[in-house]
Design a protein around this ligand. Sequence first.
Ligand code: HAM
Length: 434
Amino acid sequence: MTNQTKQLSKEPYKGTRDFYPEDQFIQNYIFDVWRKVAQKYGYLEYNASILEETELYKAKSGEEIINEQTYSFTDRGGRDVTIRPEMTPTVARMIAQKRKELNFPLRWFSIPNLFRYERPQRGRLREHWQLNVDVFGIDSIEADLEIVNLAHDIVKEFGAKDEQFVIRINSRKFLNHLLNDFLRLNGEQYYQISKLLDRMHKISGKEFEEQAEEALKDKALAQAFFGIVKAKNLHELPEDLQEHESVKELLAFKEKLKARGIENTAFEISLVRGFDYYTGIIFEIYDTSPANSRALFGGGRYDDLVSIFGVEKVPGTGFGMGDVTIRDFLETYNLLPKYSPPEQLYICHLDNYLNDANILASEIRKQGVNAAVDLSDRKIAVQIKTADREKIPFILVVGEDEVKSGEFKIKNLETGKEEVIERGKIAVYINKQK
Ligand code: HAM
């Protein structure tokens, strides 16, 4: 290397994270909870490549994702390729591919890493992992109910209380009816108003009204619109809107969730969801603390996605939950587990006893205890310090006396307690202390 060479950066690529062991420990914990709850409901795990043909996202993912957020390139064979920004198009493609062989209804889940070219900020990165849980082949709200029930169970499994999060609910069917039939908006107005609704709580009331008037170009229409968006619950909507099947469906949905003990739900008229493929109930889970203003989960029903591949329609519904936002949430509420390494025992040794230490470690591992041997020739005190820093709970030292007597002093580094244990009983002793 010459002096002119630019120093290589030690930082990970912008918006991505390195997972040092203590971070990976948290990541594994989050994935374990996700997997455990999904499997509790009978969901099967699937996966796919991170690369897809760009075409896949053009059909139904939505303009923002495609034009601004994808990592796309042309491969050496001239194909347009995109690193997956979400999993739903992939799973829909997989379902379409085996449409005839699969045994519907399906309950599937996956934990893919996804890439979106976003401005990195709290809760938003360029690479995140996202639990995807979806049901295929059920067109009634029973599937949506199960999906929300499962999402709720996940947050509870992490130890959260109902008052710490809220499930916001809306319906694409309702929004379509409101904007197309009730307010009779044209295509451009529909587009502008949906984008504006999405920003409703991010801009001031005055800005919202100004932008709505500009998009609608009609004061009376704008007034009618402002009246409707004030609705904090479904009963506050105009009566003729309440008669629509989509509102009745939302009411039934809320009632049925309540019957299952899920009461932290709220109708949210500004909930639009960014993707074009949603067709029915949509939802997002939000932390109620202002520290985390991003959705923890988002999802909804998409009945027309599988059929874009030219196969018979397969209704789908599901959600995605990101690792970044849930981690922020768990940190805010002090719900993250304390780090502990996989090793239960660290075996230190005096000069010339490394071989004996390794033989002992093999015996102990065979009996089901995770044991690591210090491979250095440092002083005992330094070896023990390593174990302490690594937060390994137990240590023992191998030397002449121990090898001869077959007895080892096992020390608990947290409590300082020491006990002399026979060689053959070390594993049982350690497992008992857990
Ligand atoms: P989404 O709302 O784009 O939905 O993402 C779902 C969740 O993933 C978000 O609520 C958030 O927790 C996390 N997330 C999304 N983007 C980022 C990011 N840049 N950085 C960190 N976390 C992020 C979907 O992706 C749908 N495909 C979900 C779905 C599955 N709908 C039906 N089935």
